[in-house]
Design a protein around this ligand. Sequence first.
Ligand code: HAM
Length: 421
Amino acid sequence: MALSKKALQSVKGMHDILPKDQPLWEKLRKVTRELGEQYNFERIDTPIVEPMALFERTVGEASDIVEKQMYVLKTKDDDSLVLRPEATASVARAYVEHGMAHVPQPVKLYYFGPLYRHEQPQEGRVRQFHQAGFEIIGGESDPVYDAQIVAMAYRFLEEMKVAKLEIRINSIGCKQCRPIYRKKLVDYYKSRPSCKTCKRRILVNPLRVLDCKEKECEVTKAGAPAMIDSLCTLCRGHFKLVLEYLDELGLSYMLDNHLVRGLDYYSRTVFEIFAEGWDAALAGGGRYDYLLELMGAKATPAVGCAVGLERVGVALTKQGTAVTAKPKPRVHFIHIGDLAKKKSLSLIEALRRGGVHVEESLGKDSLKGQLAAADKNGAELALIFGQMEAFEESIIIRDLKTGAQETVLLVKFVEAVKKRL
Ligand code: HAM
């Protein structure tokens, strides 16, 4: 019996990365690796599956991710595992598990991989998505690292040639000043109109009301007190220095009072980067000085960011600068007759070892069929190897545009082909 139509489609919100998309993904991998190396980060890969408790504690029980978006797996041993919805908590777990606190601090780690969130798919929002992330864990809670992380995320997007970038930044304070601000916000919202979701949020996760996009909350949100006015002296000083470092780097930014981010583990600096004209963040991050403590480890300052890679692709397409494959010089190998066919494989091998990108249609024996394949592939050169050439240990190199051709000896044919490319 044939499979149902549904079983023959990828799962909703999860997509194949097809050969035509691979040049983009190759570039994303390259930029991730190169930036990681330039900024002295080391690569880390953590499992895609983690214990559910890891995210409940760190990302926050009242966050959208934990409340609604996790893919939960029940194992036969009755363990509750999840497909990781984000990677910062995983990297922090690995830092603790492998005793990285005992090597010189801070530890700088980068990653590239898939994440899973059960969200409503829309443009730039999918259920399996990929991030390139950079985390600085340990050392001092120094604003210089916050600025460096913002600069790296920005650089990543610049290297990918996304234009018209906009950095939005805010500080959400610390254990001392945030509760005071939270109270101010709750008091303010109590007596003002807001949507159903915000009425609930103000009780369970008040800062998230600032994230609301509903029309009925617009006026209330616009007049809400700003966190920046409630920062304690230390947080204010920290934020001021972050901004001064960004000024020093020549990076412009927009202070965004409403930027709180959806994950609970942040403290002080939070930021997102957008491309003009599209209201979906391409990258986001911030400081998370309490995350390791939340996991039960020693309090450890940390800051990091992640770039949403599908969104980079969408932004490039919107801007008309999608990454495409560079056309390779095309060489098509054509054989005529059994003896020639037999010797063809080793000649093709010699070309490949010599660095020549060669295509063939060894499965076809007719000259017509092979020439048609060469034409279809847009080949510039044809290497024609027939019975006579096989005996004489030579090969014909034909320029398919001009029709000019030359016979060269096999002993130097690889060099002769290279010269013509
Ligand atoms: P996040 O803001 O949840 O932060 O995700 C970072 C980026 O991943 C977003 O700016 C967006 O580009 C992309 N992204 C998130 N959800 C989706 C989705 N459903 N579909 C497509 N792209 C998506 C974090 O995950 C933090 N762990 C970042 C971080 C690292 N903070 C500190 N270190």
